[in-house]
Design a protein around this ligand. Structure first.
Ligand code: DQA
Length: 147
């Protein structure tokens, strides 16, 4: 079982970026927790971050045939990227949308996710734990598909 974790722009700044919104946990800390939990579940994970929209699109495209599921925090591209939505739709790799913050309780422009309609579901508002919940959701989806 192989799960790809993708992180969009500014998530490299976690730890110092608006800690009142995103917490003090760094992306490296989150990766560590995800890897620990994935090992316990016997799952292999790849964990990446980029500030570039096109790179996210290319990674989603390349996931087809190489990963069983994607857990995606597209950050601000969630609200703007038709290209990312099209890539998820085109590749058909089951994708789970995640966010640290509850985007629905924030500014209006964050309430709309352009990728939600092509993702299997959305997890938002649980801080760093959204990543662990995303991992659980991905494992459940992969296991259900095998039955
Ligand atoms: C975010 C929410 C987005 O609205 C924002 O642009 C981010 C982070 C989150 O994890 O809460 O960069 O995806």
């Amino acid at each position: 079982m192989k799960i790809l974790f993708l992180n969009g722009p500014n998530l490299n700044l976690l730890g110092t970026r608006e800690p009142q919104v995103y917490g003090k946990t760094t992306l490296a800390d989150i990766e560590g927790s995800v890897r620990k939990q994935a090992t316990l579940k016997g799952t292999s994970v790849d964990f990446r971050q980029t500030n570039l929209e096109g790179e996210l699109v290319s990674w989603v495209q390349a996931a087809k045939g190489n990963f069983d599921a994607i857990v995606l925090n597209a950050a601000a591209y969630t609200h703007t990227s038709i290209a990312l939505r099209d890539a998820i739709s085109a590749t058909g790799v089951p994708t789970i949308e995640i966010h640290l913050s509850n985007i629905h309780a924030r500014e209006k422009f964050r309430h709309k996710s352009l990728i939600a309609g092509v993702c299997r579901g959305q997890i938002a508002g649980f801080g760093a734990n959204s990543y662990i919940l995303g991992l659980e959701a991905a494992i459940n989806i992969i296991e259900a598909a095998k039955k």
